[in-house]
Design a protein around this ligand. Structure first.
Ligand code: NAD
Ligand code: DAU
Length: 334
């Protein structure tokens, strides 16, 4: 039984949604969050959760002593902590190499020493990209072909996990998920950036031609999939998580503008991201057939509407970081 979970990066976007899911759906589980509270981590993401169920430890996943102590006290580690933004990795890859690779190594060593179950949260970006206007999808046997420093660091971390499984018998699984959206996503990312641009009187920004496709999944569906893999997945296996949510960036921005009563052309085209992946698409057959997982949020427009409402209702949550994020984008012409 997994009564004690160590969730790294649990004060970030997807990690905090997972912690909220566990608290609500699995009352016997106690969660320790290990989070460095970087620019993307926020105590407020865990606000309102019961103190007897959730403990926040502020610290670094690269701190071997701290990790050693926390891993000894847990039944399983779910590793979300990462530097997560592609654009940042193009400006300065250093923290990506440190946190995403060395941090994963540090956790793997501790889990190996204490025989603790480990789950690696990874991304579909490790598989590179797919052609536009094509039916191909990523599967668990697709070759690793990362394009950016971020995705290369995540691919490196996944490779370490696979090696620790094979060489040391680590009890581990990996999941590679597509693009998440929903509450608590930091305003540097595409969907919350555009919503909060409109809410703060700025114009949305579309990179390049806007034809790039992402496969969107509501973050609550990701949380349930991770729980299913953690508790019922086959050790040593990789599971792809996706909800058949493919849309071009132009389409997504069009929906946001419409749902927020803006004219269809009320946005700026900006310089493209270097090395910009064209398309991601997930084949989640293994997760569906082996573990019976199904997404509950199947209507993307409805999910967007809910997400827009959340940002409208939580202005205090994002307002403080908005100007800093936009100043950084302006400095890099985006
Ligand atoms: P995020 O940037 O919102 O959150 C990352 C969290 O990790 C923050 O709370 C931050 O403080 C913490 N962190 C960073 N460095 C740390 C360190 N050295 N030690 C401890 N904590 C540290 O990221 P996110 O979008 O929530 O992504 C979480 C995970 O999910 C990442 O591993 C990412 O690669 C993966 N993922 C993200 C997506 C997506 O669409 N956002 C999709 C698939 C997979
Ligand atoms: O696929 C999973 C990945 O999804 C995760 O591993 C990453 O952590 C997560 O950040 C996300 O990566 P992307 O690069 O796809 O997400 P981002 O929100 O940065 O951008 C989504 C798309 O929108 C991408 O094609 C670039 C484009 N874009 C982004 C921004 C910020 C714009 O057109 N305008 C923007 O202002």
């Amino acid at each position: 039984m997994m009564k004690r979970l160590l969730v790294t990066g649990g004060a970030g976007f997807i990690g905090s949604n997972f912690v909220r899911y566990v608290v609500q759906a699995h009352p016997a589980v106690h969660v320790t969050v290990l989070d460095k509270l970087t620019y993307a981590g926020n105590r407020a993401n865990l606000a309102g959760l019961p103190a007897e169920r959730v403990r926040l430890v502020v610290g670094d996943v690269c701190d071997a002593q701290l990790v050693d102590r926390l891993v000894q006290q847990t039944d399983a580690v779910v590793h979300y902590a990462a530097e997560s933004h592609n654009d940042n990795s193009l400006i300065d890859p250093a923290p990506f190499i440190q946190t995403n690779i060395v941090g994963t190594y540090t956790l793997l060593q501790a889990c190996r020493q204490y025989g603790v179950r480990y789950h690696q949260i990874s991304t579909d970006e490790v598989y590179g990209d797919l052609p536009l206007n094509n039916e191909a999808k990523f599967t668990p046997t697709s070759p690793y072909q990362p394009s950016s420093p971020y995705s290369a660091s995540k691919a490196s971390a996944d490779m370490l996990v696979r090696a620790w499984v094979r060489s040391f018998g680590l009890r581990a699984t990996i999941s590679n998920c597509s693009n998440n959206y929903g509450p608590y996503q930091y305003v540097e990312k595409f969907i919350p950036r555009q919503i909060t641009n409109i809410l703060s009187g700025r114009r949305p920004k579309l990179y390049g031609s806007g034809a790039n496709v992402r496969d969107w999944i509501y973050t609550a569906d990701h949380s349930r999939a991770v729980w299913d893999i953690l508790t019922r997945g086959t050790l040593g296996e990789t599971y792809l998580i996706g909800a058949n949510g493919e849309h071009s960036n132009r389409e997504v921005l069009g929906m946001i503008l419409r749902l927020m009563d803006q004219p269809a052309d009320a946005f700026d085209w900006v310089r493209d991201r270097p090395g910009h992946d064209r398309r991601y698409a997930i084949d989640a057959t293994k997760l569906r057939t082996e573990l019976g997982w199904r997404p509950q949020y199947r209507d993307f427009e409805q999910g967007l509407r809910q997400t827009i409402a959340w940002y409208r209702d939580h202005r205090a949550w994002w307002q403080g970081s908005k100007a800093t994020v936009e100043a950084k984008y302006a400095q890099h012409h985006q």
